[in-house]
Design a protein around this ligand. Structure first.
Ligand code: FES
Length: 81
């Protein structure tokens, strides 16, 4: 299995190539998706780009949907708290 390096909130993590950012975040730490405006934890819900629950910052792009993006080598992912 080929792995690539992803930077999650500044920490380098090895994840399998070909998975979504959401899957990579879940694989590394399921609590990384930040919070709702009500202070509850966000997480992957629909997994198909509809609910917006998995929003993160990817390579500086705010509001990126983690379930709709595949990981790439050196990608920088920041959760939005
Ligand atoms: S989990 Fe619903 S948009 Fe990503």
């Amino acid at each position: 299995m080929k792995t690539i390096t992803l930077h999650i909130n500044g920490s380098a993590r090895a994840v399998p190539a070909g998975i979504t950012v959401a899957a990579a975040l879940r694989r590394c730490d399921a609590t990384l998706f930040g919070q709702t405006v009500y202070g509850t934890a966000r997480d992957v819900f629909c997994g198909m780009g509809q609910c917006q629950a998995c929003r993160v910052r990817i390579d500086g792009q705010d509001e990126a949907l983690a379930c709709m993006r595949l990981v790439t080598e050196g990608m920088r992912v920041e959760t939005q708290v």
